[in-house]
Write a protein that binds this ligand. Sequence first.
Ligand SMILES: *[C@@H]1O[C@H](CO)[C@@H](O)[C@H](O)[C@H]1NC(C)=O
Ligand SMILES: *[C@@H]1O[C@H](CO)[C@@H](O)[C@H](O)[C@H]1NC(C)=O
Length: 260
Amino acid sequence: MRFSAAALVAALPALSAAQENPLDQYIAQAQQILGQAASYIPSPNKYDAAAAEASKTGPMKLSVLAQHNWEDTLYAPVAAGAKTPEEWWILITGGNKTCFGRCDRLETAFQGAAAKFAELPTTPHMGVLNCDDQPILCNSWSANVGNIWAFHMLPKPAPVDIYKKRLNLTTVTTDEIVQLQEAGNKEDFVLLESFWHPFNGKAAELGLSIPLGYLLWVFNLVPQWAFMLIVSFASRSMMGNRAQQRAQQRAPAAAAPASK
Ligand SMILES: *[C@@H]1O[C@H](CO)[C@@H](O)[C@H](O)[C@H]1NC(C)=O
Ligand SMILES: *[C@@H]1O[C@H](CO)[C@@H](O)[C@H](O)[C@H]1NC(C)=O
């Protein structure tokens, strides 16, 4: 598996503890450094504006999510003061890189459902996030291909509930997806509760989602063995420094009897 988001969370205890501790200045620093680093990395994102517009206005009314438009897209149908959430279903999919070319059946099934939903009044808004095209956004959400994420959008700043449904790439059908909606509940879904939740998660709250998305993306480009090597060097040099400091603290006491 790829370098896990959980490992990064484990490496950021200071950040996840930020609520309890007044670490605001460190957070601000982290935001600045990570943000700056991210701005030097050439964007790996792909977004075809003409194709996205055609998809959105076409018979399937299928929006294409990207790093620059996902939030505006999801909030677009939400009326000010609305009390019932607008529901979006976003298909997390990928091509040869992130889905090993195995997401075609799922995409077709989802498009079939979108075409049906487009003709009905109380169905979810439909959208697609392709992790081959938008690796940073997928990493920043820790989103895995082969899932539908159902967003319940209320006007800002209300929290956003997201329910995840994993689909079987070899068996999924349009009917199965339509039935998930007809069930009228989220029994087959799992409520998303994660550090990486795009709206309510700690990373989003700290404004670090996108910088951390870049960081994870870079880590995923680095082979595992190279990464282990870096961690091992870093930890050894840190321990080395600490041992040195301890030796220095002890030195005067140790030196005293020896001089007699
Ligand atoms: C994905 O891989 C298949 C088989 O290797 C190839 O035929 C196809 O063109 C690739 N698709 C993309 C979008 O690169
Ligand atoms: C998908 O469905 C097939 C056929 O029922 C099954 O053999 C396979 O284990 C399923 N895959 C997953 C990931 O559940």
